[in-house]
Design a protein around this ligand. Structure first.
Ligand code: ATP
Ligand code: MG
Length: 302
């Protein structure tokens, strides 16, 4: 599919996959597609950063290539590696067969058959559906040398493999980078990208997301769930629940045939929204009742 022609079209295309996208996010997505600039998304955990790349790939019918970042990730795991075990077997087989053409063997061993393509190289390969989407997920988990390497890779989209030559992307991939901001990503990299901070959604949008992701949950219960989670986020807790937790919790309540919230039900199911014992201990007692009252009041006001 071709890329959307307007911000509205971005919103409707993403909505077709169940991704609810506000105007500000839709605008940067549109600009990133239109200008061919990487999109850098930062935000709390579970607010839909990774999902946007998946939703875009699905709605535009493009291949999604994911580079999951972690501490110690290096260029070879990100771009290409030689299949060492297969090369060894080929050498042994050639030896056993008494092969003497060493030059031919060498060329073969460092040819396409023994090359393992990692995400960055895969993303440079042409695809009949159009440029793939390259998701560089959780960039803040890598270290600075890898970031510097990425900066180069993102600027020219070509890879030089000494034994094979230079491979260039016929059409650069659509790049989405995400970060949970456990550390600041370098300015030089940010400068190459369009930036958007993905915040927790406002009440109305979170209800919309819940309707899209868990349509079986009644409207009344959905609104109560969202109002409760939203008031929970204003509390001083160690790890605030993201949208992912809202959806999970709604599904748990549905499985328990809960019709409406009560302090007891909330206490029993807190493990779906809070993942730290200190937070659970804090909210599990009388706090759940108080927050529920607060949430119900805010619902009346809406
Ligand atoms: N705007 C949205 N529309 C639809 N679903 C959403 C939206 N935001 C979040 N979700 C849902 O929340 C879940 C978590 O989203 P996602 O994994 O993208 O979060 P994240 O920001 O990448 O979190 P993390 O930082 O932990 O990786 C997804 O499974 C998705 O279904
Ligand atoms: Mg993610």
């Amino acid at each position: 599919m071709t890329i959307p022609n307007s911000i509205d079209e971005v919103q409707s295309t993403l909505a077709s996959t169940g991704y609810v996208c506000g105007r500000a996010l839709a605008t940067v997505v549109f600009l990133s597609l239109k200008l061919g600039r990487p999109l850098f998304l930062e935000g709390e955990a579970g607010v839909g950063k990774t999902e946007i790349a998946k939703a875009l790939a699905k709605s535009l019918n493009r291949r999604l290539i994911r580079l999951q970042c972690y501490e110690g990730l290096d260029a070879s795991s990100a771009v290409y590696e030689w299949n060492f075990p297969a090369q060894m077997i080929a050498i042994r087989t050639a030896e056993a067969a008494g092969g003497s053409d060493r030059a031919a063997l060498q060329t073969e061993l460092f040819g396409p058959d023994y090359l393992i393509e990692r995400p960055l190289l895969q993303a440079m390969r042409p695809d009949e559906n159009g440029a793939p989407i390259l998701l560089i997920d959780e960039l803040d988990r890598t270290d600075e040398p890898f970031e510097a390497f990425l900066l180069e890779a993102l600027s020219d989209f070509q890879v030089t493999i000494p034994e094979i030559g230079t491979i260039e992307a016929p059409e650069p991939p659509i790049v989405i980078l995400t970060s949970n901001r456990t550390r600041e990503v370098h300015d030089a990299l940010k400068r190459r990208c369009l930036y958007h901070w993905v915040d927790y959604p406002k009440f109305g949008r979170e209800v919309e997301i819940l309707n899209a992701r868990a349509p079986e949950v009644s409207e009344t219960l959905s609104r109560e769930i969202v109002a409760f989670v939203q008031s929970l986020r204003t509390e001083d807790i160690f790890k605030k629940p993201g949208v992912a937790e809202t959806i999970d919790w709604a599904k748990c309540l549905l499985a328990l045939d809960v019709v409406d919230l009560s302090p007891e039900v909330i206490s029993d199911t807190l493990g779906a929204i809070l993942k730290y014992q200190d937070d659970i201990a804090k909210i599990g007692g009388g706090e759940a009742g108080r927050l529920l009252d607060e949430a119900r009041k805010s619902l009346e006001a809406v």
